[in-house]
Design a protein around this ligand. Sequence first.
Ligand SMILES: CC(=O)N[C@H]1[C@@H](OP(=O)(O)OP(=O)(O)OC[C@H]2O[C@@H](n3ccc(=O)[nH]c3=O)[C@H](O)[C@@H]2O)O[C@H](CO)[C@@H](O)[C@@H]1O
Length: 355
Amino acid sequence: MREEAKPNLLIAASGTGGHLFPALAVAEELGDYNIQWLGVPNRLETKLVPSSYPLTTLNIEGIKKRIALGTIGVSFRIPPAVSKVVNLIKKNQIQGIFTTGGYISAPAIIAARICGIPVIIHDSNAIPGKVTRWFARWCHTVALGFPTAEKYFPRQRTIWVSTPVRKAFHSPQPLDLPLKEETPLIVVLGGSQGAVAVNQLIRSSAKVWLETGAVIVHLTGERDPEVDRFQHPQYYTFPFYENMAGLLQRANFAISRAGAGTLTELAITGTPAILIPYPYAAEDHQTYNAQTFVEVGAAVSYPQQELTSDTLEKTVLQWLASPKMLSEMGEKAKTLAVNDSAIQIATLLRQAVST
Ligand SMILES: CC(=O)N[C@H]1[C@@H](OP(=O)(O)OP(=O)(O)OC[C@H]2O[C@@H](n3ccc(=O)[nH]c3=O)[C@H](O)[C@@H]2O)O[C@H](CO)[C@@H](O)[C@@H]1O
């Protein structure tokens, strides 16, 4: 196919791994499209996107403030961000937009409406974000990470697709860590940015877990000033780890926040988890995300305020001594996996762009 014959798509996804990796997974399925990316300066997209797709950044502070105050609406003054997206759409003859919710979706959807092109929005959480709820009416289809989220969109076309994960999750990935086959591996993570409160809990209990022979890989994020406080030969820390597929495939279990991205990956890799939902997530959505995994028996979930290091210490020791229980929980996690989520969204986009 000649380069100029490719359809042109804009992906508006910004901020956290939970918003970016599902969008990158969809982009991986659209190799026959010219893809432009819309983000903001100084967020994760500036690291993850430019090597693969041209990135345009918007200053959306004004929009963030309006959404935080609940004042955005159909009549709101069109800010410069929207004009910039309209220009981008016109200049590049963009035929459709894919967005994963969050602030960046607002100017993208408004601009798409002005230009008369279709938008597919994906929202991965059990309680969809405010922007998704407000602007869904202007989208061609709302793709959902959790089937229960459908009730927020009584008048829109919705489809439950789970959440796309990177292609690497769909095949076995080698892990570059010195681990014997029989060594239990605990992976600790706090979403794409790390979780300082979880990190503290782990450091206060890790020693007893390591004494059983287990290895811990702890993804700490980049903002924890006490990251070097605990050290042990079986304890590995990384601020951010690229090969999540390899790590979760090998993990016996995870201790994690309950972001939708990580939960979906745990389902695909069949990894049981001790979940500690982020207590300040919008509308407490992580607690609701976690519920689905708890209900099928794939995870246990503790509110951070109620979880003492003593309870966590005992739970982990019990899990380390219960391989049969872990493999049963792993199988239950797999019942929540949707392996073709990215393909389903790519198909929706192809249909929307061609009609
Ligand atoms: C604090 C907060 O509000 N977080 C939200 C954010 O996701 P946030 O990015 O915090 O968390 P998620 O669990 O959704 O996604 C994390 C992603 O980063 C990847 N990862 C993480 C650590 C690492 O070292 N390497 C790596 O690749 C994970 O594999 C996963 O793909 O958006 C999600 C989707 O709307 C929400 O469900 C989360 O509640």
